[in-house]
Design a binder for this molecule. Structure first.
Ligand SMILES: O=C(CO)COP(=O)(O)O
Length: 252
């Protein structure tokens, strides 16, 4: 049985006190309302990870994630944060390869492969993002584009290492735009991703959680999550509101 996951990517939002309030609200709502079998993950900005850690219950239904990390453990990289630092703050996951990192910070597939290695070496699980821009979708080249991203950054891993990878498919044209991929478009791509992963990692692909991201909201989550190969969501805007985020968690 694949793990069902709803992860909230807070991006560069909130002050410390706002982050603490949001975490407490989510913790209370999840305790009261969320189905036990859904793994909830929140990814606050780096400076808040440690401060919100003691606001989530120890049972582990809510886990913490970084939004990025550097590929080196330490050194002269002003402004950067390493996987070992995230681990020491209490994070269990890190998001890598988000399209905002790829586009704005020019992260390449090759660099992401190194970041994946750094995260796994430090016992972090990885939420690895992939997804095509609008012009690629319009040219109907999305399957080739996304599978190539996966090959380039993940196919060097051993099967043992790959067990720690969660995939997030985030079509760039759907992120923060209010445009969602239709459930059929999401299912088609998730199936393509799973088949591609199976070509390298065999049966493990059946165990890999593949999340959908891109304008996932309370009113479309149920339809998206009901698709055979959609195992949850990576949520941006709606993860900043405890009510919306919890309603998405309840959509399985
Ligand atoms: O980028 C996303 C999550 O990582 C999706 O963002 P939105 O849910 O705001 O579209």
């Amino acid at each position: 049985m694949r793990k069902q996951i709803v992860a909230g990517n807070w991006k560069m939002n909130k002050t410390l006190t706002e982050a603490q309030s949001l975490t407490s609200e989510i913790a209370n709502m999840v305790a009261d309302e969320a189905p036990d079998n859904v793994q909830v993950i929140i990814a606050p900005p780096y400076p808040f990870i440690y401060a919100v850690q003691n606001l989530i219950p120890e049972m582990g239904q809510i886990l913490l994630s970084g939004q990025n990390c550097h590929s080196e453990d330490s050194g002269a990289f002003t402004g950067e944060v390493s996987a070992s630092m995230l681990k020491s703050l209490g994070a269990q996951y890190v998001i890598l390869g988000h399209s905002e990192r790829r586009e704005q910070f020019k992260e390449t597939d090759q660099e992401l492969a190194k970041k994946v290695d750094a995260a796994l070496k430090n016992d972090l699980k990885v939420i690895f993002c992939c997804g095509e821009p609008l012009e690629v979708r319009e040219a109907n080249e999305q399957n080739k584009y996304v599978t190539q991203q996966l090959t380039n950054s993940l196919f060097h891993l051993s099967e043992e290492a790959f067990k720690n990878i969660v995939i997030a498919y985030e079509p760039i044209w759907a992120i923060g735009t209010g445009k969602t991929a239709s459930s059929a478009q999401a299912q088609e791509m998730h199936e393509t991703i799973r088949e591609h992963l199976a070509s390298k990692f065999g049966k493990l692909a059946e165990e890999t959680s593949i999340l959908y991201g891109g304008s996932c909201k309370p009113d479309n989550a149920k339809e998206l999550f009901s698709q055979k190969d959609v195992d949850g969501g990576l949520i941006g805007g709606a993860s900043l509101k405890s009510r919306d985020f919890t309603d998405i968690i309840k959509s399985f």
